[in-house]
Design a protein around this ligand. Sequence first.
Ligand SMILES: Nc1ncnc2c1ncn2[C@@H]1O[C@H](COP(=O)(O)OP(=O)(O)OP(=O)(O)O)[C@@H](O)[C@H]1O
Ligand SMILES: [Mg+2]
Length: 336
Amino acid sequence: MTTSIGSDCLLEVQDLHVEFPTRDGVVKAVDGVDFSIKHNQTVGVVGESGSGKTVTALAILQVVSQPGKISGGRVLLRQESGNAVDIASLNPRGKAIRAIRGKDISMIFQEPMTSFSMMHTIGFQIVEAIRLHQNIGNHEARSIAIDMLRRVGIARPEERVDAYAFELSGGMRQRAMIAMALVTHPRLLIADEPTTALDVTLQAQIMELIRELQRELGMSVLLITHDLGVIAENCDEVIVMYLGEVMERAGVQHLFADPLHPYTRALLRSIPRLGHGKEWELEPIEGMVPSPYNRPTGCPFHPRCPAFIPGKCDTLRPELVEVGDGRAVRCHLYSL
Ligand SMILES: Nc1ncnc2c1ncn2[C@@H]1O[C@H](COP(=O)(O)OP(=O)(O)OP(=O)(O)O)[C@@H](O)[C@H]1O
Ligand SMILES: [Mg+2]
């Protein structure tokens, strides 16, 4: 199958749908998501809890948990050969996707326990990840693993390399997972709340390490975080998600200086008080996120939107429209 991907893009997600059939109905966790990541670029994803950020990331690696499944769309990856492959069409347990995981795309998971097996030491698993994609010996792989554990801030890595994941504290486990994701030098790193469990100093150190590897290796990054400071400092572009949809997409400076969507504005309300620690966190928005079983008709944000236009926003689903400066917004205020 021929697949077309933008010439400067590493990854292009096109009209992606992911569903979870459950006893209470179908959860449309990702409902028509479009975005792309260029070579070397860092794209941030923000949105309230339940907006589909993690599921989008899992779909890119074909690791959505059962009974969830990709029910539509494409995830085009430009391979080193220059050809594009549609990850969404690959068998989740097949050889092709296993060759991509770790080598082309690595992920730092929101929940660190999920990425390590309890049967083997972290060192064993990191060495396996290295040797799966590189033709090097055990001894050399072990010293690469130890070096990476040191770079993510693990003291005495020569000893810790032989620890099991359950023997490590939460923060330490997070660091070990970051080491495992980075050690294979992926072309795309997906980082889902990579630094949430870590203290501020270590957070900064990890983000600096990611930027450093990005410079060294030309890596692209998809960065999911609630921390607007991390977004502002690290991202080129930002995607704002709500109930499985992209509500707005913009360059980071545009987004912060002039958020267009009422949802983005609500999310960024804390901006004027920005500058220090916790104040960068997303503020809660008035009203509840609707139940995933009960999606509002029209624009999913309309029941909470201060700019709600009756008869329009509650009946017509807005399209994601380009509005110049490489920006796009899904809102009837901009699609007149
Ligand atoms: N295994 C599952 N079974 C059923 N529904 C699921 C499953 N995993 C995720 N979902 C649903 O998919 C939707 C999106 O979830 P997702 O984890 O992607 O949100 P998120 O944006 O990452 O949130 P957070 O900020 O809390 O991490 C939610 O409604 C969630 O309940
Ligand atoms: Mg999540």
